[in-house]
Design a binder for this molecule. Structure first.
Ligand SMILES: Cc1cc2nc3c(=O)[nH]c(=O)nc-3n(C[C@H](O)[C@H](O)[C@H](O)COP(=O)(O)OP(=O)(O)OC[C@H]3O[C@@H](n4cnc5c(N)ncnc54)[C@H](O)[C@@H]3O)c2cc1C
Length: 313
């Protein structure tokens, strides 16, 4: 084994994908450095859902528990530190970090994505509480109350259909746009209400203890919650810097073992997905599972390099 080249794997990112990857690599006695710059996609929310045994747990607590588990593995080092660059260095890689360069044989990117919300006053204050982008994560919390869906195209009809069994009523907020034909047909089948005025803002509260929507004309609307589509982009520049193959979603293309188009670079979590999916699963459990798979892929490549065990096709 090459023991002069720093770490076996540097994991960049300390969300669920990176933490699980470090656990898997630590259990295989690989020398691992996990770098965490300290900003997470689910920062806006106080509670995560839809993860068995962790349903309702604060995300920070999950990370704290994960780090405590990592502490049991002698070959795993965790640093609250940002990576600034990843460049080829001989057979491996060199990363510039807050505390200087580190060398590694392999890199596992788990830097996640960041969301941009529709530009509406007050919406950011509600995001992660009375406003959400994923009904699997935050939908049940609005149960039995009217729920809004902001938008007029894309997945509006699908979102409304998912919320119909949960809410007392679905109200689509088209923000002054006409609903496209496909979505209009779906909404008609659901019997969803439509408010077509321009939305001027959101605030917390109202009769349903959720969100109050104001419009350019017409009365305010009181809701238990509102679903909004976000646009998302890579949190870190490394995919672009390394020229990794990207998918139409803007995420890094990976295979089932988290392999990217660049040998020696794996990726896991929201920043990456397999081409069979239109976008990442965007869930804590799925990110952790991807971290485990990518770490398994790293172990396979290290075995191939060190003792000639063939890498799975
Ligand atoms: C409002 C909201 C609520 C959500 N609620 C739920 C929920 O209830 N249930 C659920 O399953 N999912 C939920 N999600 C989705 C979930 O947050 C993500 O799927 C998950 O966090 C993805 O994990 P990740 O490890 O890929 O990325 P992240 O958790 O975003 O972690 C990225 C990591 O990369 C690090 N990083 C970035 N750049 C650098 C750098 N240059 N150097 C070092 N480190 C770096 C960050 O510091 C962080 O540690 C929610 C998302 C949002 C936006």
């Amino acid at each position: 084994m090459d023991t002069d080249n720093g770490y076996d794997v540097v994991v960049v990112g300390g969300g669920p994908a990176g933490l699980q990857a470090a656990l898997t690599l630590g259990r295989m006695h690989r020398r691992v450095l996990l770098l965490d710059a300290g900003g997470y996609r689910n920062d806006p929310t106080d509670h995560l859902h839809n993860f068995l045994t962790h349903d309702g747990r604060p995300p920070a607590e999950l990370r704290r528990l994960a780090r405590a588990e990592l502490a049991a593995y002698a070959t795993v080092e965790v640093r609250d530190e940002r990576a600034h660059s990843v460049v080829p260095d001989g057979p491996g890689w060199s990363l510039a970090t807050d505390r200087g360069p580190v060398r590694t044989r392999m890199v596992l990117l788990a830097t996640g994505v960041r969301d941009t919300l529709p530009d509406k006053p007050g919406l950011a204050d509600l995001f992660g509480g009375a406003a959400a982008h994923c009904p699997f994560c935050h939908g049940h919390e609005y149960a039995g109350r009217p729920v809004g869906v902001l938008g007029s195209h894309g997945h509006v009809g699908r979102l409304a259909a998912m919320l119909a069994p949960i809410s007392s009523e679905v109200v689509v907020l088209t923000d002054g746009d006409a609903v496209d034909d496909d979505n209009a047909a779906q909404l008609a089948r659901l019997g969803a209400s439509v408010r077509s005025e321009v939305v001027t803002g959101f605030r917390a509260g109202g009769a349903h203890d959720g969100a109050v929507v104001s419009f350019a004309g017409g009365p305010e609307l009181e809701l238990g919650g509102v679903l909004v589509a976000t646009t998302f982009a890579q949190s870190a520049p490394f995919a672009e810097d390394l020229g990794l193959a990207l998918l139409p979603s803007g995420c890094v293309q990976v295979d089932a073992f988290g392999r990217t188009s660049q040998r020696g670079v794996h990726a896991a979590g929201d920043l990456a997905h397999v081409p069979e999916l239109p976008m990442p699963m965007s869930s804590v459990l799925a990110a952790a599972a991807a971290g485990q798979a990518a770490a398994t892929g790293c172990v396979a490549e290290l075995l191939a390099l060190d003792v000639g065990v063939p890498v799975p096709a």
